[in-house]
Ligand binder design. Structure first.
Ligand code: FES
Length: 272
């Protein structure tokens, strides 16, 4: 059993939980993920690790309430326990040796972009971070990003930061002559697709973090498969980070919508 040490709502639909998991905290690195179940009937939820505290023996997760499983998870409070909490899974982000990086986060993807920005900052890299949200009410981790990077905030409606898209800021930076060893983009598939299209124009290597449907998280079920450079890859063992220029985003977007109807049905059942 894995105790919830803290729970905090970051915005109306995004929640942070700190989970007691000393063995995972000992081994985990930025970019890796866990799979959890709130009880033995719940769906498995893969979540990239948002923070690691080795001294406290805890792992922070940040999730969006989007379906039945996350709705049930949000019913739990500090002091309650999770049924399963498995990890660390996947490969850690490869950030060693990067001197200057632009980290881009979109929406709840910022929960994954932030620990990468923090790890880069801690190793002495120069970090420019760009985070995009639909509006002011949905902003998360603004102070945290500010502490570890030169930070740009954008919103679709202009209610906070610069109005526009993360790609608008990235284009401005590239047009100003900023030279990045790498761009790291984490967020909705459509956002990552357009970031990669832009960076291709400027010939900048771009790494994306893929979060497809996962079941076992160990490379056995094939549920998380993606096409990367015309090869089939499993996000859970080959990723979740991939060279964005090689990812077939259109296929990934189509696959991400395959179970929308069933997910809606499960969510309605869980809420009623
Ligand atoms: Fe089953 Fe990746 S989740 S192969």
């Amino acid at each position: 059993m894995f105790k919830i040490l803290e729970k905090k709502a970051l915005n109306p639909t995004v929640v942070k939980m700190v989970i007691e998991a000393p063995l995972i905290a000992k081994k985990a690195k930025a970019g890796q993920f866990i799979i959890l179940r709130s009880d033995d009937h719940s769906e498995r939820i893969p979540l990239t690790i948002a923070d690691i505290d080795q001294s406290r023996g805890s792992i922070t997760i940040i999730f969006q309430i989007v379906g039945a499983a996350t709705y049930k998870l949000n019913m739990l409070e500090a002091g309650d326990e999770l049924h399963d909490f498995v990890g660390p899974l996947g490969r850690a982000s490869e950030i060693e040796g990067l001197k200057k990086v632009c980290v881009i986060g979109g929406g709840v993807g910022c929960a994954i972009a932030y620990p990468v920005a923090k790890a880069l900052h801690e190793q002495g890299s120069e970090v420019i971070a760009v985070a995009g949200f639909r509006n002011r009410d949905l902003v998360i981790l603004e102070d945290e990003f500010n502490a570890v990077s030169q930070f740009y905030l954008v919103s679709d409606d202009g209610s906070t930061g610069q109005q526009g898209l993360v790609t608008d800021v990235l284009r401005q930076l590239l047009d100003q002559g900023e030279q990045f060893d790498e761009v790291i983009a984490i967020g909705p598939l459509v956002m990552m697709k357009f970031v990669c299209q832009l960076t291709k124009e400027y010939n900048v290597k771009t790494v994306v973090s893929m979060n497809p449907i996962m079941i076992d998280g160990t490379g056995m079920c094939g549920g998380c498969r993606l096409t990367v450079g015309n090869e089939v890859k499993f996000a859970c063992v080959d990723g979740p980070d991939f060279d964005g220029a090689l990812v077939d985003f259109d296929e990934a977007i189509a696959r991400s919508k395959m179970y929308q109807q069933q997910e809606r049905h499960m969510y309605d059942e869980a809420c009623n």
